[in-house]
Design a protein around this ligand. Structure first.
Ligand code: ADP
Ligand code: DAR
Length: 360
């Protein structure tokens, strides 16, 4: 009888190699010491360190490169996760109390308003006592979908609408909803490498309010994304719409939360408020030079994405501009950061004597 193969202790083999062009936070912080400490570790739910880092190894153009499979991942893999978290957010928490109060929000200047085509603010949530996307079982994912669909019955009249299961959604409808920025894409190689797309599209879906300004994504990268989106630059109205939806769902669902890192997410970039407040903004002058604009955005603590979200391209000097920092700030502070940033970018654009958006 063949002797059982000797299980190689990963920590005894050398650190995985990254290609030269890789500049992920995983590559930066996965030192030989961290590898020796964590290589063979796994959490109580059986989520391994290798599973946590596999996306960043398979997709060397990752920006972060790791995903958590459960709450324990943030404790057990802390020697790697904490430096990544501090590098991304510029903070290690603790997360302040949730604050959706409207009164403190500054105004969006008329110059910025003239350049903003649409505003979207979202938060991510995962249910307490369930593994997250990279580790959840098929049965648990369906249970999460059911719990969230029940909670969606609790929304105020202004937010009510319909849940569309992705499994039952006609392809034409899916294509239309993705094109209108209302539904997540059905392919993401980073999520696939992070085991977040197992059993796809089963257990995934979209809740959409009647006027399409409020929506919820179920079992995409996080178990719940709560989203408010409107045309134009009325950030305050979008923030209020989101706040009411979050409050209603929070009455019915128990979210995964820690004092230190706030709302826990599968990706460390979405901890804390787990809020990404974004505008589609056309910058006819300073938007012509994307590299220079990215430097200005970095300096303002803003992130640039393309007009179809992460890993997409800008179009006609129009960018998805959002807050980078989500942890160690309140929801009001995160949105204030965005408003101050876009007001500044609009002022810079004016210095270049731009045409207004309507004249483009
Ligand atoms: P997330 O914000 O959930 O991290 P993405 O960056 O992929 O994910 O964006 C998801 C979808 O939302 C994409 O279709 C993107 O174009 C759209 N989107 C993001 N911000 C805005 C905005 N301000 N206006 C319109 N659509 C937006
Ligand atoms: N694409 C992954 C995650 C980066 C942050 N965006 C998220 N979580 N959607 C990467 O490591 O690049």
């Amino acid at each position: 009888m063949k002797a059982p193969e000797k299980k190689i202790k990963l920590k005894e083999v050398s650190l995985p190699a990254f290609p030269g062009h890789c500049d992920s936070l995983l590559k930066k912080h996965l030192t030989a010491e961290v590898w020796a400490l964590l290589a063979d570790n796994s959490t109580e739910t059986g989520f391994t360190f290798q599973q946590a880092i596999c996306s960043g190894l398979e997709q060397p153009d990752s920006s972060v490169g790791v995903y958590a499979g459960d709450e324990e991942s943030y404790r057990l893999f802390a020697p790697l996760f904490r430096p990544i978290i501090e590098d991304y957010h510029g903070s290690l928490g603790p997360q302040p109390q949730t604050d959706f109060s409207l009164v403190a929000l500054p105004a969006v200047t008329s110059e910025a308003q003239a350049r903003v085509q649409s505003t979207r603010i979202r938060v991510g949530r995962n249910l307490a006592n369930f593994p997250m996307g990279p580790a959840i079982s098929r049965g648990q994912r369906l249970e999460v979908e059911g719990l969230i669909c029940d909670a969606l019955q609790n929304l105020p009249e202004s937010h009510q609408g319909k849940y569309f299961s992705l499994s039952a959604m006609p392809k034409e409808q899916e294509t239309d909803l993705v094109a209108r920025h209302l539904l997540f894409k059905n392919e993401d190689r980073f999520m696939a490498s992070g085991n977040l797309m197992r059993d796809w599209p089963e257990g995934r879906g979209l809740f959409l309010s009647r006027d399409e300004s409020f929506s919820a994504w179920v079992n995409e990268e996080d178990q719940l994304r709560i989203i408010a989106m409107k045309r134009g630059g009325d950030v305050k109205a979008v923030f209020a719409l989101l706040a009411d939806g979050v409050a209603a769902l929070s009455e019915k669902l128990d979210f995964s939360f820690s004092e230190e890192f706030g709302y826990l997410a599968s990706c460390p970039s979405n901890l804390g408020t787990s809020m990404r407040a974004s505008v589609h903004m056309t910058l006819p002058v300073i938007g012509q030079d994307e590299a220079s604009l990215k430097q200005q955005a970095d300096a303002l603590g803003l992130q640039l994405r393309g007009v179809h979200g992460e890993h997409s391209a800008s179009e006609d000097a129009t960018y998805d501009i959002s807050n980078q920092m989500r942890l160690g700030v309140t929801e009001v502070e995160a949105v204030t950061h965005l408003i101050s940033g876009i007001n500044h970018l609009a002022a810079l654009d004016i210095e270049g004597k731009p045409k207004m958006v309507g004249d483009l």
